[in-house]
Write a protein that binds this ligand. Structure first.
Ligand SMILES: Cc1cc2nc3c(=O)[nH]c(=O)nc-3n(C[C@H](O)[C@H](O)[C@H](O)COP(=O)(O)OP(=O)(O)OC[C@H]3O[C@@H](n4cnc5c(N)ncnc54)[C@H](O)[C@@H]3O)c2cc1C
Length: 404
């Protein structure tokens, strides 16, 4: 079985690893000239880290992920603690069997990419056409290169070319929310050791600030703003670098510690937040979508990349289960994965205002719920129903699905 993967983001790289775990032949093509990830953070909860455990990479991800133990929810104007949620390495491992870790995106991709044989991932390769027939599938690249395989996986992100070519045009949906993401290297913080491993969050009316980590040596800041208009952003849907002073102007009147954190990042990346409507098909013949190409998700429950990792695990299992029937294997992959990933997409949308409520009664209700939820790791998203997201072993669920 030979797979061509289009896209070298988190979804594409983890797919290359999981398919190789099953002994498959893989070629990966990325349009950027090198590691495409930008500086920022990404968290993986136990449902994702258990995938690394299975493929023998848990120690590797533990070595570059920060094992955040505690997250304090704080009042935006006083800094008083609303609730303290236990998240971390030891707690998550005890309760869920795998750790909760937060990574620097670029570093994570570098470390995972190093596990692939040299030359397997090819950079500067933009896929422009996809063709398939009974004998195989071909990807054509802008530079004239043609790759052939048994299956082709479109892991090429929210504005996926593979999706457009195979399934038609789908417009991403703007959420009205914009993230501003900043980084502070440990070297700039003489007291860095004293922050380990505590994250702080300040939910405010219409805005939400999270101070977390990006790997083991960097603090990550994310300020989310609600009710934004794309027309007001000079770079439209694209990311752009903005000044620290501009970001500070959004948090006038906030408690000093929150402002102090924001003042320490040299600049911020402005990131308008989009998702797509859940699709009703991810596979057509020998081509399947994976990661954001299949189910771009708002980041408010921190599961977008994690769902791509679950896809990668299931894709490997489906192809290994039906090695002589690639078309059937991709249908099995879609049938198994689409309902869960779509549910996560809709849940993320439904919760997208939760951190930025404005109504005092609703804020009170939410804060009470947080206090209650903070008693258990599975309540870490602020709602005990999150058990279905966190306490999930995709490999076991796949076996159960096939058996049923
Ligand atoms: C603010 C924010 C915070 C987030 N936080 C989290 C979090 O904490 N946890 C989590 O799990 N998720 C999080 N997410 C979601 C996560 O970032 C995405 O789900 C994930 O990065 C998607 O990975 P991907 O590989 O599917 O797509 P991408 O990362 O978009 O990668 C697609 C790749 O395909 C390449 N490509 C595109 N077109 C072509 C082509 N024609 N030919 C070749 N290559 C091509 C691109 O260059 C790119 O490298 C967050 C998202 C945002 C916006």
């Amino acid at each position: 079985m030979k797979a061509i993967i289009i896209g070298g983001g988190i979804g594409g790289i983890i797919s290359a690893l999981t398919l190789r775990y099953h002994g498959m032949d893989v070629e990966l093509y990325e349009r950027a000239e090198g590691n495409p990830e930008i500086g920022s953070a990404v968290q993986f909860t136990a449902n994702v880290t258990n995938i690394f455990k299975r493929i023998g990479l848990l120690d590797l991800v533990k070595a570059c992920g920060s094992p955040v133990e505690v997250r304090n929810m704080r009042e935006w104007n006083t800094g008083n603690i609303i609730s303290t949620n236990r998240l971390g390495d030891t707690i998550a491992e005890r309760e869920l069997g795998s750790p909760y870790l937060v990574f620097g995106r670029s570093e994570l991709l570098d470390r995972l990419g190093e596990q692939l044989p040299a030359g397997l991932a090819r950079y500067g390769m933009r896929c422009v056409a996809v063709e398939q027939d009974d004998s195989g599938v071909r990807a054509v690249f802008e530079n004239g290169h043609v790759a052939t395989g048994d299956v082709l996986i479109g892991a090429d992100g929210i504005r996926s070319t593979v999706r457009r070519l195979v399934f038609g045009e789908i417009e991403p949906v703007f959420s009205g929310k914009v993230a501003y993401r900043g980084l502070i290297p440990a070297e700039q913080l003489p007291d860095f050791e004293s922050y380990q491993w505590t994250a702080n969050a300040w939910p405010a009316p219409g805005q939400f600030l999270l101070q977390n980590f990006a790997g083991r040596r960097t603090i990550n800041l994310s300020l989310y703003r609600n009710n934004q208009r794309l027309e007001d952003l000079d770079t439209g849907h694209r990311t752009a670098v903005v000044s620290m002073e501009q970001v500070l102007s959004f948090v006038e009147g906030w408690e000093p510690a929150a402002r102090e954190w924001l003042s320490r990042s040299a600049d911020f990346l402005r990131w308008p937040l989009f998702d797509i409507e859940p699709l009703n098909a991810w596979a057509k013949g020998r081509v399947a979508l994976l990661g954001d190409a299949a189910h771009a998700t708002l980041p408010f429950i921190g599961q977008g990349a994690g769902q791509g990792a679950e896809d990668a695990s299931a894709l490997g299992d489906a192809l290994a289960h039906m090695p002589d029937d690639p078309v059937g294997a991709l249908m099995l992959y879609e049938e198994f994965r689409l309902p869960r990933a779509s549910r996560v997409q809709l849940e993320s949308r439904a919760r997208s205002n939760y951190m930025m409520l404005k109504d005092p009664f609703a804020i009170n209700q939410r804060n009470l719920q947080w206090r209650e939820a903070s008693k258990a790791i599975t309540g870490y998203f602020g709602n005990s129903v999150d058990h279905w997201i966190l306490n999930y072993d995709v490999a076991r669920a796949f076996q159960e699905h096939v058996a049923a």
